[in-house]
Ligand binder design. Sequence first.
Ligand code: FAD
Length: 462
Amino acid sequence: MAQYDVIVIGAGPGGYVAAIRAAQLGLKTACVEGRETLGGTCLNVGCIPSKALLHASHQLHEAEHNFAKMGLKGKSPSVDWDQMKAYKGEVVEGNTKGIEFLFKKNKVDWLKGWGSIPEAGKVKVGDEVHEAKNIIVASGSEPSSIPGVEIDENLVVSSTGALDLPKIPKKMVVIGAGVIGLELGSVYQRLGTEVTVVEYLDKITPGMDGDIQKNFQRMLKKQGLKFVMSAAVQKVETTKTKAKVTYKLLKKDTEETLDADVVLVATGRKPFTDGLGLEALGVELSPRGQIKTNAHWETNVKGIYAIGDAIDGPMLAHKAEDEGMAAAECIAGKHGHVNYDVIPGVIYTTPEVASVGKTEEQLKEEGRAYKVGKFPFMGNARAKAVHQGEGFVKLLADAETDRILGCHIIGPAAGDLIHEICVGMEFGASAEDIALTCHAHPTFSEAVREAALACGDGAIHA
Ligand code: FAD
């Protein structure tokens, strides 16, 4: 029986980062993973393969829509779907192998197989039981569906199936206008699929700033995505080759149908804790199945910790990673910390969408006095030069102290630009601090500075 200071269950971004950090802090560490490869949902069937397909399909879009304008003429590239999937596979493999290398480098033992916790201090993998002073559960999440809709990963697919369709469908219905539905919907729309997104609410990307929601939907529509809003999907029926989606229009109270070759169910994800034995151990779960933890990511059972998608909070890889590092640090007797107020969210469509901190709607609800600095990418020379002048930066700052409260960006490289504001928020920056910082010209970042200037005496190029 092997003895460890820490055994992490699950090698997604939460688990593998926790294991590496624990080992770096001198703790004897193992990580259990049931999949064939490391990296969890994110690397295998989430963030990374979706970004590979978004990248490839974006290149096609550029070739079809912008190359000729720049004097690059000739036949548009045709799509070899199998080759595109092979490219995606290579990207995934490169990343998962990278984690294997990091485990070896940091002397983290990879225990291959599905793990369970027969009692506190013990982890069973296959027939072997290992002892661990501390256990970190990082078992992640799985797709969830809605009543009347059964995912068969054939005609009715989750994101996992959508990343690996045998052929590009002619018609796709996406149920749910959240991040995953819109990213994958965009991929297929660019590849020539007629994509209709059916959403229960009257706005896309629930929880995002209203300005972003409105403009993002308008831009996606312009690209060709269709939307049916305020529509409750009742059921999905399938024949051998076709699917039919029945939905109820909430405002009219009428039932309508849509035919599709593939239906993507993107209605959210739920914590995955099957087979761990948590109930028998008495580990408390929330009604939504999330593992409950204290401020140090420890559950109500001493020595058992939990992080990532399996616990409360945004289901994001970087949130899981931060919790992984922090939990390992707490176990090592240090002061692990995650600032949940400054966790950026990014949608990797074109244009990208990024957001951190409070939305304008939240500030209104809190009754907080705020000011808005907004700057359109049309006023940014670099964005215009690369045909990405759509969108804006919206900065929210406290009306009195000028302290930055939130930032919402839709436009080129939004997912990278947002981090300037994240760092600023961590340092308690004011909008003026950003406005007084020299930004190189011509960069997209100048739009962030201009939005900060707009919180004060005014932007220059608006
Ligand atoms: P996971 O990544 O789910 O990893 C958990 C691992 O634990 C799995 O490999 C599982 O096999 C293993 N496991 C579970 N139980 C056991 C057991 N008993 N024994 C052994 N192993 C076990 N987030 C972003 O931040 N950015 C994005 O761009 C992004 N894109 C996404 C796109 C898609 C299509 C999807 C589905 C998700 C995306 N996400 C994205 C979300 C992101 O993937 C998750 O938030 C992240 O993977 C959560 O990390 P985790 O470590 O908590 O769990």
